[in-house]
Design a protein around this ligand. Structure first.
Ligand code: HEC
Ligand code: HEC
Ligand code: HEC
Length: 473
């Protein structure tokens, strides 16, 4: 907390407050309602109402800073650029970059025209609608010059100078090279213009005040471009660039602080998105078999790793989008990510997999949970079972069964996998209509004990189940 009626407000002071070094005075501000599962923003702390009040207090303080900083000036509108001036190669490059940045994933509403906006992003601060980024001059970005586009991508400012919410990952996009931003602009301008007005955001006070985002940026946004590390390989630097800039992987895979900013000192240490846990991608991973460059490559290229599982939930569209990128870019990402692993004495994965799988074979159904497993899951997931259509991920090796949180396992059981990365991975049925909360709890408790015997039992499974059941994902 920060004493927000006590100027002057400096970033140091607010950071001090965030670390809890000053008493909170939040009572006078309304706390927004409990958050629904959100895209990219959710973190476990945000559920605590007290934190909301603190956020409100800090944001109000940030207005003080915000008002003094970055007075966004308007950049004059232009006539819609003639996309025929761009080469086909530039536009094709831009298309790959748009896929890497998942632009259409956020900027398209269900059943809507690509990039025409209107998709609601739930954040702990309220609902933010992704805007229309087709080249329509009235409702889209058709009247935006390249400098206006670049400024939005690097500084998070609308063409008219207003601050944009960091639910738009400009904090990552800022690291993109000029050449890549130009190709992205060319691609966007070459797409069909769609007239579609974005609905107004529904954010509680004080989050509805855009100027205070200048304060947020002063605290958390670094605008500089990506700088290669000369002591690392070319592939590592390429991977780092793709992942840190347009790829915005840490947007989901890093934890966030109470103001929704990624925690720099916990880079890729695991976060939350859309009611799913985005696991740690570092040596903090709970995967029973350590990740390797080979398996990271397989997972990012195909959506499946024999030793870990599949890319489901919010990770499935990410991998589907990555299909647009060439193999060497995916390889570079794997090289970079693997450098966060502790690869000192990694056992041979084959032998370890065989050991883990044979030690966890279900022989007798001695509990209600085991009977549910045998009736509902074993036909597709039993090791050594009949080869069926699809990937049949091994539960003894699955990251989600070994995590500290039951969320992803519960997601998969209740909602199934209706939209796999590719149809040859197979579909998994949803069990929300065929199992009660009590049954799912029995099953989840059994799966944890059986397939992750070295890990402690999960707590709060029942609450997780009711939360996941009421979410739409
Ligand atoms: C995680 C979701 C998400 C992703 C991914 C995303 N955006 Fe956005 N974007 C948003 C949201 C939300 C806004 C609106 C922010 C606001 O209103 O303050 C926005 C706003 C913008 C704006 C400003 C438009 C305006 O009218 O103010 C531009 C330009 C933009 N995005 C381009 C892109 C591009 C290009 C990509 C892909 C490289 C991309 N976005 C990927 C969520 C996203
Ligand atoms: C929208 C949020 C989101 C974004 C963006 C995202 N991920 Fe993920 N990622 C997830 C979720 C959720 C999972 C868990 C999926 C599952 O278990 O089915 C996951 C799983 C993974 C895993 C497997 C981890 C494990 O131990 O099983 C890897 C590797 C990974 N992501 C890499 C990446 C990379 C690289 C990027 C950027 C190109 C990225 N992710 C971007 C949400 C995201
Ligand atoms: C009809 C076959 C089938 C049944 C029945 C089935 N699954 Fe699956 N399951 C799959 C397939 C196929 C996948 C991989 C889907 C994909 O991503 O393409 C999968 C994936 C999974 C994953 C990995 C998810 C991840 O993100 O890595 C888990 C965990 C899982 N199933 C658990 C279960 C449990 C528990 C049951 C019983 C309640 C069950 N499955 C029943 C076919 C099945």
């Amino acid at each position: 907390g920060v004493r927000f009626r006590e100027p002057p407000f400096t970033p140091e002071r607010i950071l001090k407050g965030l670390r809890g070094e000053a008493p909170a005075t939040p009572q006078s501000l309304p706390a927004p309602a409990a958050p629904p599962p959100s895209r990219n923003w959710e973190n476990p702390f945000a559920r605590r109402a007290g934190i909301f009040a603190t956020i409100a207090a800090v944001c109000t303080a940030a207005i003080g800073i915000g008002a003094a900083l970055l007075p966004g000036r308007a950049i004059a509108p232009i006539a819609r650029p003639d996309a025929s001036v761009y080469s086909a190669a530039t536009i094709a490059r831009g298309e790959q970059l748009a896929a890497l940045g998942n632009c259409a994933e956020c900027h398209t509403k269900i059943g809507g025209a690509p990039n025409a906006g209107g998709r609601a992003l739930e954040t702990p601060f309220g609902t933010i609608y992704a805007t229309n980024i087709t080249p329509d001059v009235v409702t889209g970005i058709g009247a935006w010059s390249y400098p206006a586009f670049e400024r939005a991508m690097r500084d998070g400012l609308h063409r008219d100078g207003r601050q944009l919410y960091p639910a738009f990952p400009y904090t990552h996009f800022a690291k993109t090279s000029d050449a890549d931003l130009q190709a992205l602009y060319a691609y966007l301008m070459a797409q069909p213009a769609v007239r579609a007005t974005t609905p107004a955001n529904a954010l509680a006070f004080p989050f509805n005040l855009r100027p205070l985002l200048a304060g947020w940026n002063a605290l958390f946004h670094r605008t500089h471009e990506f700088k290669p590390d000369p002591s690392r390989s070319e592939a590592w630097n390429r991977g780092a660039y793709l992942i840190e800039s347009l790829g915005h992987c840490s947007g989901c895979h890093s934890p966030r602080n109470a103001l929704g900013a990624e925690q720099r000192n916990a880079y890729l240490a695991g976060g939350f998105a859309e009611g799913w846990e985005a696991p740690a991608l570092t040596s903090l991973s709970h995967a029973p078999i350590p990740w390797s460059e080979e398996e990271l490559y397989a997972y990012l290229r195909t959506g499946h790793s024999r030793y870990h599982g599949v890319a489901a939930g919010p990770m499935a569209p990410v991998v589907r989008d990555l299909k647009a990128l060439p193999d060497q870019d995916i390889r570079a990402m794997a090289v970079y990510l693997n450098s966060f692993n502790d690869t000192a004495d990694t056992p041979a994965p084959d032998a370890l997999a065989a050991k883990l799988e044979s030690a966890t074979q279900v022989t007798v159904a001695s509990s209600a949970g085991a009977r549910l497993y045998q009736g509902a899951c074993a036909v597709c997931h039993e090791v050594g079972g009949l080869p069926l259509f699809g990937t049949r991920p091994s539960l003894a090796l699955n990251s989600n069964v070994h995590s500290t949180k039951a969320d992803n396992l519960v997601q998969v059981i209740l909602h199934g996998i209706a939209d796999p990365v590719s149809s040859d991975l197979g579909y998994m049925p949803a069990f929300r209509n065929s199992m009660s909360d009590a049954q799912v709890e029995e099953l989840v408790t059994f799966l944890r004990k059986q397939f992750a015997p070295d890990k402690p039992a999960w707590t709060g499974v029942r609450e997780t189940i009711s939360r996941v059941r009421s979410s739409t994902h």
